[in-house]
Design a protein around this ligand. Sequence first.
Ligand SMILES: Nc1ncnc2c1ncn2[C@@H]1O[C@H](COP(=O)(O)OP(=O)(O)OP(=O)(O)O)[C@@H](O)[C@H]1O
Ligand SMILES: [Mg+2]
Length: 388
Amino acid sequence: MAAKILVVDDDPNVQRLLQYTLKQEGYDVVTASDGAEGFRLWGAEAPDLILLDVMLPKLDGYQVATKIRTEEGTTAHVPIIMLTAEREVEQKVRGLRAGADDYLIKPFHPAELMARIKSLLARFAPRDALVGRPPLGRVQVFYGAKGGVGTTTIAINAAIALHRELGRKVCLIDGNLQFGDHRVFLDLGLDKKSIVDIVTAPSIDQDLIRQVLVKHDSGVDLLLAPPSPETAELVTPEHLPLIVDQLRGLYDYILVDIDKRLDDVNLGILEVADTMFVVMTADLSCLKNVRLVLETIGHLGYESGKVQLVLNRSNAFTGINVKNAEGALKRTIDHQIVNEYRGAISALNSGAPFMFTKADSLLGRSLLDFARVIDKQPVAAQAALATR
Ligand SMILES: Nc1ncnc2c1ncn2[C@@H]1O[C@H](COP(=O)(O)OP(=O)(O)OP(=O)(O)O)[C@@H](O)[C@H]1O
Ligand SMILES: [Mg+2]
């Protein structure tokens, strides 16, 4: 069946041209001339993709995208390409924040438009085709061997890569209960719901959890940390395993960003996790901590492969290279993320993760490589089991 594309543009010439080009490529096309009509047709026609002009009568493109994203909730996602006349980065970021997946600056070449359409349809198709397949339900914990090594940066951007680049359904939990940073990294206010809204409810079920999750513009669903440190103690060691267990039935990946305490809450979540990524940098105090963590974790009897080392800022000059670090730890470093301080800090300070707005930067590509390796792991593990 041909994919259906909704074109929302008030310029009859652009409309005609797009209709002609898309039909030639074998797509079904529906058109709307203003934002309100575009929004209505999204509901009535259930298109596979939307080409959305920014400057539109009634509702502008940003408003249409925002309304669609709010309406479709966490279970669906129609790919949207914004068509904009403006070149400014500002406009691009605004479009992406409103919920667009991609954007094109007018005038554009039809070949480029087709390439973008095909890539987006492919990115979102697997999930459509997989409706009915159970989610992978993999739980992956990100643990910093030391404060400030980049654990949150890696967890957030890996979540976005897994979702936007690899088409997985992803839930990201801020498990740093006292001083969670996700609201800052993702530009979200203290008014957004948090894990406190779950643990203070009379009973915990999937419906409740779904209501508390916050949808980020990137398409990743978030379970935020309490808004203040004193409410963190409402979360007991039993809560996170219970919540994660419910989320396994809804998501391919549940990523949990935790702080470095090996207390009952953190040990509880590690117990139910499939993988623990220990994030480190190449310095002596970090190496000491990693050694201690590996020793402590060693007593817990996890199977090998559950604990994996991630060396962040791997190419930064610290006087200790990867080989030295591996020698000191007597084990291999499983993953490496490149050093790019400017990219990382400016993303943090603008509340727009680099994987969302600068996926093709050095750091973005490094994170995507990491996400690809993660995503291949379960398949490999299943294959190993199947051949036994
Ligand atoms: N690959 C990288 N290259 C350069 N700088 C990075 C990289 N990853 C993270 N950073 C920077 O390191 C700092 C700490 O990052 P982040 O908050 O993610 O670390 P953390 O381990 O979660 O810290 P905390 O202990 O406070 O939770 C930030 O300024 C971030 O921009
Ligand atoms: Mg952190």
